[in-house]
Design a protein around this ligand. Structure first.
Ligand code: DX5
Ligand code: ZN
Length: 219
């Protein structure tokens, strides 16, 4: 879809009823963000393919799978083949991101490159023409509920400038600490897709939280 994307992160949902929580935001959200963690790339464990497979028929929302896993070349294509719309993997965990992007696209998904807090964006700029999404962490990957790090928006600015100059059709997605008081700055920096976990599923009314985030991002 054109315009801004709001992607609630299920990491902040109640895992005993994720289908229900997905339906709560179905009408207002654009993507459903699914954080896959493996205890290796990050010191946390969430869910994997079996849960993604169960979730797919339980929601009309496109799944935005964010793989925080070691060795994405071994696993990422499985998520594409299962039916995930977007599959993002971390640059820090992959020695040939372009090859994996091509494999993901061949499997019918949109390819996303994710960069963690301490990874500069500049080395990856020449690769971006092979990707649909650049996911820029605005925290250190691994846990929800952390404080937004505003200096990381410099990476968003750099990437947006590069994408504009090269006429790339690139989504720039920010992930971590996105809430009512941070989303406008991220949008101003050039992000056009916004992941929000705590701000959505920590709210009394997740659907209203999504609508409010969108309004605030639109300015
Ligand atoms: C953390 C995940 C995020 C997480 C963000 O590594 O990638 O998607 O859910 O959570 P909040 O929005 O609470 O910072
Ligand atoms: Zn994420």
């Amino acid at each position: 879809p054109e315009g801004l994307i709001v992607a609630p992160s299920l990491l902040a949902a109640d895992f005993a009823r994720i289908g229900e929580q997905a339906r709560e935001v179905e009408r207002d959200a654009d993507w459903l963000h699914v954080d896959v963690m493996d205890y290796h790339f990050v010191p946390n464990l969430t869910l994997g393919l079996p849960v993604v497979r169960s979730l797919l028929p339980a929601t009309t929302l496109p799944l935005d799978c964010h793989l925080m896993i070691a060795d994405p070349r071994r696993w990422a294509v499985d998520y594409a083949e299962a039916g995930a719309t977007n599959v993002s993997f971390h640059a820090e965990a992959c020695d040939d991101p372009v090859a994996l992007a091509k494999d993901l696209r061949a499997a019918g998904a949109r390819a996303g490159l994710a960069i963690d807090r301490d990874t500069p964006v500049e080395p990856y700029l020449p690769l971006l023409e092979n990707f649909d999404t650049l996911l820029i962490m605005t925290i250190k990957a691994g846990f929800g509920g952390q404080e937004f790090l505003p200096h990381l928006l410099d990476k968003v600015r750099t990437a947006r400038r590069h994408a504009k100059a090269g006429h790339l059709k690139l989504r720039i997605e920010v992930d971590g600490g996105i809430a009512d008081d941070t989303i406008a700055a991220a949008a101003e920096a050039g992000a056009d897709a916004f992941v929000a976990g705590t701000a959505v599923f920590g709210a009394d009314d997740p659907a209203e939280a999504v609508r409010r985030l969108r309004r605030t991002a639109q300015g």
